[in-house]
Design a protein around this ligand. Structure first.
Ligand code: BES
Ligand code: MN
Ligand code: ZN
Length: 495
């Protein structure tokens, strides 16, 4: 169930709700909403701060049940941490923790005053946007492949009202559209690869296009790609019974003759490594290897829902990488769509092999204003940046800056790695124009360098989301990154 959001000008002590949410800083400092609730409730919050039951530690939550003097049935007191260092990232975190606490309560709605807390450099609309996105993120549940449960009689959270005036409305409108894209991406990426195969992703894209006047979808099957000579992409797919698809979505929000922005996403629906087989432990995580595809599709959904006045194309090479008697092999030399030949030295470096043809196709077909790809491309990027920052690579400083800023603004952050020519020698081959791996040093960068050979003359950037696309562990879910970053960047471009 998706959460509903609204704005209201309300008083925290008199609002009639199952739960009112207020923030307190460390060191006994109350936000104005918390102070009003506290004085109406005869000091109920301050007393617990004095005893140390409420610390104000960032992200901590304490529930007061039916405090007298307050109209709300419950008060959720959320720690904001130290006021001196309160910033956007902390603001996002406390909203996430608050929403997590709310979803565990038997309530159907709540009223939050958290977006009233000042965040240096950000206005009320931004705060409401981040708060709503955090709440929607926390409320998401993956249920697709569980046995259908009987509907529980317990109420479930389905609406949150943020205390804010109409100036914050644009922030809420953006949040609703972006949340839809994030959910779209998360659900697609969470599905198992026996359901979410190339044909399935294509079906979802077609379905989305059918529901939206301004969107069209064209799916190239493997025969079409053979005619067009997608020699690199098709080699990767050869070992799988699930044949590759190239999914092409177009959105027209601007004049027909205006060049589009283009997003390309790695859609490996399962990455076994192929003949260069991956080790068993952890291989199940490679169902998320279509996280780039999910991310660009989610950003596309957000852009359409926002009605951005731009033209946008989204291209997804959807392929499964399997070992088989017909698989491609190390030492094979492939002729890519661009004409460049590629020596395969490792069939597990398959993402770049499907992306190079998809990037060539996108550049040739659409001559986009800007070309951006997102891919769970390298384990090396996870080693370099961990789970907090996506790796950003571009030869265009201004484009890189735009994307970094969009990521900061959306709190879906990226960090730049260089694409200097110095690294290109690592890709030299004795048998083809380029090798598909660059040795053990700088693996994220040499993967980017490989792609750079297929995007010459394009205003292009690459996002390696291997560390950010999902949360690791048995119960780790897809994060929906980098939907927010890309949606923000497109919003900025639309002006
Ligand atoms: N999909 C993987 C990258 C990956 C690994 C993402 C772990 C997230 C977590 C990619 O196809 C891959 O296997 N890359 C290889 C490249 C190597 C063979 C040059 C890698 O990173 O080990
Ligand atoms: Mn691989
Ligand atoms: Zn992969």
């Amino acid at each position: 169930m998706t959460l509903q959001f609204s704005l209201g000008s309300i008083a925290p002590e008199t609002v009639d709700t199952p739960c009112v949410v207020v923030g307190v800083y460390e060191n006994g400092l109350l936000t104005s909403a918390a102070a009003r609730v506290d004085s109406a409730a005869g000091g109920a919050i301050k007393r617990q701060m004095e005893t140390g039951d409420i610390t104000g530690k960032g992200g901590s939550t304490t529930l007061l049940f039916a405090p007298s003097g307050v109209q709300a049935k419950r008060v959720l007191v959320v720690g904001l941490g130290a006021q001196k260092t309160f910033d956007g990232a902390r603001f996002q975190k406390v909203n996430l923790e608050a929403a997590r606490a709310l979803t565990r309560l038997p309530i159907d709605s709540a009223v939050s005053f958290l977006a009233e807390a000042d965040v240096p450099g950000h206005d009320h609309a931004w705060r409401v946007r981040i708060a709503a996105l955090a709440a929607d993120y926390a409320a998401y549940r993956y249920t697709a492949t569980f046995k259908p449960r009987e509907k529980s009689s317990q109420p479930e959270l389905h609406s949150i009202t943020f205390a804010a005036d109409e100036h914050a409305q644009p922030g809420l409108d953006q949040a609703i559209a972006i949340a839809e894209g994030v959910r779209f991406a998360r659900e697609l990426a969470n599905l198992p690869p026996n359901i979410c195969n190339p044909a399935y992703i294509a079906e979802q894209a077609v379905k989305f296009a059918e529901g939206h006047e301004s969107v069209s979808c064209n799916v190239l099957d493997h025969e079409e790609m053979e005619r067009l000579k997608f020699g690199s992409l098709l080699a990767v797919g050869r070992g799988s019974a699930n044949k590759p698809k190239l999914i092409v979505l177009e959105y027209k929000g601007a004049a027909a003759d205006e060049k589009p922005y283009a997003l390309v996403g790695k859609g490996i629906t399962f990455d076994t490594g192929g003949i260069s087989l991956k080790p068993g432990p952890g291989m199940e995580e490679m169902k998320f290897d279509m996280g780039g595809a999910a991310g660009v599709l989610g950003a596309f959904v957000s852009a359409v829902k926002l009605g951005l006045k731009i033209n946008l194309v989204c291209v997804v090479p959807a392929v499964e990488n399997m070992p088989d008697g017909d698989s491609y092999r190390p030492s094979d030399v492939l002729t890519s769509l661009s004409g460049l030949t590629i020596e395969v030295l490792n069939t597990d470096a398959e993402g770049r092999l499907i992306l190079c043809d998809a990037l060539t196709y996108t550049a040739q077909t659409f001559q986009p204003k800007v070309l951006i790809d997102a891919a769970t491309l390298t384990g090396a990027c996870v080693i370099a940046l961990g789970k907090y920052a996506s790796g950003l690579m571009s030869k265009h400083d201004d484009l890189a800056d735009e994307l970094l800023r969009a990521g900061e603004n959306a709190l879906d952050r990226a960090w730049r790695l260089p694409l200097w020519d110095d690294y290109q020698v690592q890709l030299e081959s004795g048998f083809a124009d380029v090798a598909n791996i660059g040795g053990k040093n700088a693996g994220a960068i040499t993967a980017g360098c490989f792609l750079s050979r297929f995007t010459e003359g394009q205003r292009w950037a690459h996002l390696d989301i291997a560390g950010t696309a999902w949360d690791e562990g048995r119960k780790g879910l897809a994060t929906g990154r980098p939907v927010s970053l890309l949606a923000q960047w497109l919003i900025d471009r639309a002006g």
